[in-house]
Ligand binder design. Structure first.
Ligand code: EPU
Length: 429
């Protein structure tokens, strides 16, 4: 099967659009529901491939799961297995959140090493540190994470070497299962960390300090199912804000949390974009000339690495020199080759992209090499002259719910096409 996204560039995006539920919150909260002794209902889930993949894993493990209209009900009481299959686990990074929850539920877990976007080295040493500090036995031979509860599985002090999102969530999930007090130092502060902690609290866990760099947990309490709605997607919000600004549009983004967007908003204002916020709405308006800027990705509340790619695509047609430095993942500039094929003038020196804005990108056939590279391709296609055909759409669908529909709602010509392998015609484009 071949999937493409066709976009005609040159349209100023205008109108209103609603943000979907947060992917990176959803993929942590769904596994966390397995820690309960009764069913949970999770609302506002995005209709994306990563959520379907988790649903399939949970069903495979024996849980009773339904997922319709953004609502998943999860009854974990039928779970009999602790070894999710490689074919499902390899599809997404977040599948390793199953390690602590199956450990907590079953006393042991056996989870193949996770997959996910190829954006650089993605070690799991800090997750392993969290698990072993809390007294779990962990064995990594054969590409499988085998974790086992021991006699000394109990709360403790955990110092993360880096505020890793995944390690913070995994350590939090382990700590709610281990009896006694745990303190996670140098914790990540991203909105999805806070959302996961809030979900755990709603299940009866004692978790304080999420959103700061010290999280305290009193573990070992029985957890019950909960009804919970995940937060709006911070990165989808940011991608839509960038798309609105890049096309010199006027877009009202609804259902967003403006405080999650402060680092991006500051950069857009610096460029000369108008950003107005109220409650759960952000209006982004741009007209005329924009100014080049410098960006350095940082952990939250710094500029998110997940918005580095769409932002660089916008800067590719902003006159002047912009410097974009990636500090989180070393391999997140692969999409720059595709932007160059559209006429962008970008050089990458180690971890910095030097972007010399050109007057006009040109539409062509381009490929998304990972999820956020896909967001960059969309932004570039929207501002380019003529038609672009984006391949690698499976990556985009992992994280952006009905993105083609949302762009059409804002006046763009964007069509998601699916072909059988023998139907795809190279000349059609
Ligand atoms: N790191 C380590 N050791 C670890 C874990 C991470 O050295 O044990 C390093 C990584 O090599 C990397 C940095 O820490 O340099 C950041 O990794 P982190 O663990 O924070 O990232 P992650 O949990 O793998 C999540 C998001 C990513 C997002 C990053 C950074 C999920 C499911 N994924 O990944 O989202 O880019 O945090 O904010 O939450 C995406 O949505 O497209 C995406 C890739």
């Amino acid at each position: 099967m071949i999937e493409t996204l066709l976009i005609d560039g040159g349209v100023r995006l205008k109108g209103e659009v609603t943000v979907s539920g947060g992917k990176n919150a959803a993929v942590a909260i769904i596994p966390a529901a397995l820690l309960a002794d009764s069913p949970s209902t999770i609302e506002n889930l995005p209709d994306i491939d990563d959520v379907y993949c988790l649903r399939d894993i949970l069903i495979w493990l024996g849980a009773d799961v339904t997922f319709e209209h953004g609502v998943m009900s999860i009854d974990p009481r039928g779970i009999t297995r602790n070894d999710p299959p490689y074919e499902l686990v390899r599809k997404m990074r977040a599948s390793y959140y199953l390690v602590p929850v199956l450990l907590g539920r079953m006393g042991s877990s056996c989870v193949p090493m996770p997959g996910g976007c190829d954006i650089g080295n993605r070690p799991i040493d800090q997750t392993i540190k969290g698990l072993t500090s809390l007294g779990a036995d962990v064995d990594l031979s054969g590409g499988v994470i085998r974790a086992q509860v021991t006699d000394h599985f109990e709360g403790t002090e955990v110092f993360l070497d880096f505020p890793s999102v995944g390690a913070t969530i995994n350590t939090m999930l382990t700590a709610v299962c281990a009896k006694g007090a745990t303190t996670i130092h140098n914790a990540a502060k991203e909105p999805h960390i806070v959302d996961t902690a809030n979900f755990l609290s709603s299940m009866g866990a004692w978790v304080k300090g999420a959103g700061t760099d010290v999280i305290r947990i009193r573990g070992g309490r029985p957890l019950h199912g909960s009804n919970y709605a995940v937060i709006p997607d911070q990165i989808e919000t940011g991608t839509l804000m960038i798309a609105a600004a890049a096309t010199r549009g006027d877009v009202m983004i609804r259902g967003a949390i403006p405080t999650h967007m402060e680092s991006l908003t500051a950069k857009l204002l610096e460029m000369g974009v108008h950003v107005n916020e109220a409650d759960d709405r952000i209006r982004v308006r741009a007209d005329g000339k924009l100014r080049p800027i410098n960006i350095k990705t940082q952990v939250y509340p710094g500029f998110p690495t997940d918005l580095q790619q769409p932002m660089t695509a916008m800067l590719a047609s902003v006159p002047g020199s912009s410097y974009v430095t990636e500090t989180i993942f070393e391999n997140r500039f692969r999409y720059v080759d595709e932007l160059r094929r559209m006429g962008a003038n970008i050089r990458v020196l180690e971890r910095t992209a030097i972007v010399e804005g050109v007057p006009q990108l040109r539409g062509t056939r381009i490929t998304a090499t990972d999820l956020r590279a896909g967001a960059a391709m969309i932004v570039a296609a929207l501002i380019a002259e003529g038609r672009s055909e984006i391949k690698g759409v499976k990556y985009i669908m992992r994280g952006y719910e009905r993105i083609d529909e949302k762009l059409r709602l804002l006046g763009a010509m964007a069509i998601h096409k699916t072909y059988a392998d023998n139907e795809y015609n190279d000349d059609e484009f």
